[in-house]
Design a binder for this molecule. Structure first.
Ligand SMILES: [Fe+2]
Length: 407
């Protein structure tokens, strides 16, 4: 089966020019009443999600009024070797700036823009990703906001995020959460730059027009007034409270911050993640995912945010997964090793720190040629789609037979 087998043209026959002209004249007449007389059919996909595998519509504005402005994300690969020099360049400008680092900018980062989305600051329908660098001495003042956010740490060590008073020291492979409604600040008090990926559900909140941000944290102190939190929880507090697998705390399930349905465990350590994957290396694994684990809310075993979930997977040397497609979109980052992912007929050959996105509906599979195993981290809007009854998934076995995984 190829990616174009089930592609069909779905365009409706246009109205005759005379009818269209009369309708448009009527529309012009009715415009002051804020109504629109329907002249065209819906432009978005008019066949099932699992048949929308072509990329012909990617990046194009939908035609017609009903979904005006609708665009399609495309699969894309950001190679670390190409994008990381810009981190060094912006860090150098910040270092040489004629103002102190803390005054230069709250963030020194670039955002990843999906080429199909016309320059919007998003990699998929509901996901924003940025790559940030913090020079020694940099800090981002304490704040909270309605979007859920996370940091996936790429630098070896140094830097921190303080969340609700818990100071999370950033080491490579760590996942640090700042759920909606939690006060947090970031900084680098080490001697070398710190780099991480920020992932947020910002575009979804933007669409819903519920973005807000508060930078006026009561009692926050620091090098400048009201800029940083005091560490009010011991180091490793998340782990102390929630970190013992299979044992759920009875005393600490209240949550932290005022966000609803978000994980109170903020700091998932890269070393723990690697150990958990390697401990499962001898298992058969998932034919479409390899050895896969999820970062979960330890209070209920669910996703860490209502909107986004995070995972890690080991693609073993020589492993070639089967194809899978989902109604959700997924962003990947390679934490170690190298390999390739085929998505909608494109092949992304990735290595450490490379980032790539697999938008919804598209077939994909992962391959690790070796000699070392590869570890991928992933971020997906699957939990959001599950909540609105829209999560579906299909797999394809080695013989090309399509099976429903989640109908
Ligand atoms: Fe933030």
């Amino acid at each position: 089966m190829t990616m174009s087998d089930d592609v069909k043209t779905t365009a409706h026959a246009p109205l005759s020019s005379d009818a269209r002209a009369r309708m448009e004249a009527l529309n012009a007449d009715a415009k002051h009443l804020s109504i629109w007389l329907r002249t065209q059919a819906n432009a978005p996909a008019q066949q099932p999600w699992f048949k929308e595998t072509n990329l012909a519509q990617a990046g194009k504005l939908a035609e017609g009024r009903v979904a005006a402005g609708q665009m399609k994300a495309v699969p894309h690969h950001w190679k670390w070797s190409e994008i990381s020099p810009y981190l060094d360049k912006i860090a150098r400008i910040a270092t040489e700036a004629d103002v102190p680092p803390t005054e230069f900018a709250d963030r020194q980062q670039f955002l990843l823009t999906n080429p199909g989305l016309g320059g919007r600051l998003q990699v998929a329908a509901s996901i924003r990703c940025a790559v940030s660098i913090y020079n020694p001495g940099d800090l981002a003042r304490a704040h909270l906001h309605s979007p859920n956010a996370s940091r996936t740490i790429l630098s070896d060590n140094g830097g921190y995020t303080t969340v609700e008073g818990e100071r999370c020291i950033a080491n490579r492979g760590d996942l640090i959460l700042t759920p909606n409604g939690t006060w947090h600040d970031h900084g680098n008090d080490g001697s070398t730059p710190v780099v991480w990926i920020d992932t947020l559900d910002w575009p979804l909140m933007e669409f819903l027009d519920i973005i807000w941000l508060d930078e006026d944290m009561p009692g926050a102190m620091g090098v400048d007034n009201k800029r940083q939190q005091r560490a009010s929880a011991p180091d490793g507090y998340s782990h102390d409270l929630y970190g013992v697998g299979g044992l759920m705390p009875r005393i600490a399930t209240r949550g932290r911050g005022f966000g609803k349905g978000v994980s109170p465990y903020f700091h998932y350590r890269g070393e723990d993640t690697r150990e958990a994957l390697l401990a499962l290396r001898g298992e058969a694994g998932d034919p479409r995912e390899g050895i896969a684990i999820g970062f979960v809310n330890p209070v209920n075993g669910g996703p860490v945010f209502p909107t986004l979930s995070y995972g890690a997977q080991l693609i073993r040397a020589g492993e070639e997964t089967q194809f899978k497609r989902e109604t959700s979109s997924t962003v990947y980052v390679c934490i170690s090793g190298r390999g390739e992912t085929e998505v909608a007929g494109k092949v992304f050959k990735w290595e450490e720190n490379d980032i790539f996105v697999v938008p919804n509906f598209l077939w994909r599979r992962h391959v690790c040629h070796g000699p070392k195993d590869a570890i991928l981290y992933s971020m997906t809007d699957q939990p959001l789609l599950e909540k609105i009854g829209q999560y579906r998934a299909q797999g394809m076995d080695a013989h090309g037979k399509v099976i429903n995984i989640v109908e």
